[in-house]
Design a protein. Structure first.
Length: 205
């Protein structure tokens, strides 16, 4: 990885963390409009949808990481999740992030998250495409038959046996599992609001 690309990755990670802290700050002072207005069914439906999406994103990321950890920029991985689309790790990150945002029982935060993701990762995807084209001679042919971001099962190829070091698998599980552990934090914040421990200054639809 060259220095420019490393700096770009670090900048994106820093921006993601700052965005996460901003969302956390908003949650500490706000509640869902649907809860406050008595639309409990809609609020709980958003939460259930969020849990399903976040879990799908967690499992999808783990699936991708099992195929790519230790092999990125070494071999061109085109099987398993990488036969569904060229950037499945980004796709499942988006899926999990939107699911996590829906766990706030609002529509505002999922919309804000999706917009921020689109702005942040569109450029990252373009840079990654350039890097992959330069690294792997077969990437152009691969990109002709496999979509970039939205998965399709049309060209799915099972990977068969995938060898992953236990250390890499544990790291991948911890990284992906942060999506799930965040659900518990969101529920705790919601409970503290409901108990009157945390103040409510904003009502988010």
């Amino acid at each position: 990885m060259n220095y420019a690309r490393l700096a770009s990755v670090r900048a994106r990670l820093f921006a993601s963390r700052m965005f996460g802290l901003a969302i956390l700050g908003a949650l500490l002072i706000s509640r869902s409009y649907w809860q406050v207005s008595g639309s409990q069914f809609l609020a709980e439906s958003l939460a259930v949808a969020g849990i399903v999406l976040a879990t799908s994103g967690f499992l999808g990321r783990l699936w991708c990481l099992c195929h790519i950890v230790g092999r990125k920029n070494v071999v061109l991985v085109t099987q398993g999740p990488y036969s569904l689309c060229r950037h499945p790790l980004y796709f499942f990150s988006l899926l999990g992030g939107i699911g996590l945002a829906f766990c706030t029982k609002t529509l505002t935060i999922p919309i804000v998250f999706a917009a921020a993701f689109a702005v942040s990762y569109a450029a990252a995807l373009r840079r990654e495409e350039v890097n992959l084209n330069q690294t792997f001679p077969d990437y152009a042919k691969y990109s002709e038959r496999i979509p970039s971001f939205v998965p399709t099962t049309r060209g799915y190829v099972p990977a068969g046996i995938v060898t992953v070091r236990s250390r890499d698998l544990a790291r991948a599980a911890i990284e992906s599992g942060s999506l799930i552990s965040a659900i518990a934090l969101i529920d705790l914040i919601d409970a503290l609001h409901h108990a009157g421990v945390l103040p409510t200054y904003l009502i988010l639809p």
